[in-house]
Design a protein around this ligand. Structure first.
Ligand code: SF4
Length: 272
């Protein structure tokens, strides 16, 4: 695909907006892109490369692939593709697949353990390659699916951070595709003729997973009410904190509660 197609311009515009809104990339940054070989990570790498060539600031990219060790995983296709496009890359071979098999029983969902292990590897490599930012390919659909997952199953109202500083302060994780839909990422990867590689893990694509259930729910809702997903994404940036029940977000209510407690305590003391 020639640089500058209508779709690329659209993705570049949305990605630039995210970069500006959340202060994601600065002059001199070395951005490490988590490249699984899935459509989202390819779209991220491609659009960041397109932006890098045109950006008024200077930043570099390095793609990092974490191979979980599944026998059929086509990491060499990822290597060949990066070489053909002159992208700096590194492939890290791990035994994450084996570790997951050992630690989990058959009924358990391995995704959160898998994500934690991969995150640990990415943090280590980020230090090795001198990355100042770690970019992940989560897109708008991932954000709203996560919002629903937390709402329905975790009793919390949150999605995922567009920009996150790790607990030890050593790494900054960014998600520049936050405003890009899954469909746009898929189309862009296809147009760019990037080879989508399956992760080869046993549960990949298992429709019984809760996230897949949220995906189906959103597809149905969007079919009935076009624009629902866009509205949900907009809602994440338009929080009416005083209309929620979290007292940490409503200091006046919290203050009133404290004062009421103090008055109660004073009244009880006076009555004795
Ligand atoms: S689907 Fe497989 S590779 Fe993807 S997060 Fe879950 S366990 Fe890991």
């Amino acid at each position: 695909m020639a640089y500058g197609s209508a779709l690329e311009k659209k993705l570049a515009r949305k990605t630039t907006r995210a970069i500006v809104d959340f202060d994601m990339i600065e002059d001199g940054d070395r951005v490490m892109v988590g490249l699984s070989g899935g459509k989202d990570s390819w779209a991220l790498m491609q659009v960041l490369d397109a932006l890098r060539r045109r950006a008024p600031i200077d930043f570099s990219l390095v793609a990092v692939n974490v191979d979980s060790g599944y026998v059929d995983y086509k990491h060499e296709t990822i290597a060949r593709t990066c070489e053909a496009r002159d992208w700096e890359y590194r492939i890290e071979h791990t035994k994450i697949g084996e570790i997951i098999d050992d630690k989990l029983d058959e009924a358990a969902t391995p995704c959160s353990l898998c994500a934690r292990l991969r995150r640990g590897v990415l943090y280590r490599i980020a230090s090795d390659v001198g990355a100042t930012k770690i970019a992940l390919g989560h897109h708008a659909d991932d954000f709203i699916e996560t919002l629903l997952l937390n709402l329905f199953f975790s009793g919390s109202l949150k999605a995922m951070p567009a920009r996150l500083v790790s607990d030890d302060g050593q790494h900054v994780v960014i998600r520049p595709l936050v405003y890009v839909s899954e469909e746009e990422a898929r189309e862009y990867t296809e147009q760019a003729e990037l080879p989508v590689i399956g992760c080869c893990c046993p549960v990949c694509g298992d429709l019984s997973l809760q996230r897949q259930r949220m995906k189906r729910l959103l597809i149905g809702l969007e079919r009935e009410h076009p624009g629902v997903k866009q509205s949900m994404l907009k809602a994440l940036g338009n929080v009416g904190e005083r209309h929620l029940l979290d007292r940490r977000l409503n200091p006046v209510a919290e203050l009133r509660r404290t004062v009421a407690q103090q008055l109660d305590a004073t009244a009880s003391t006076a009555a004795v």
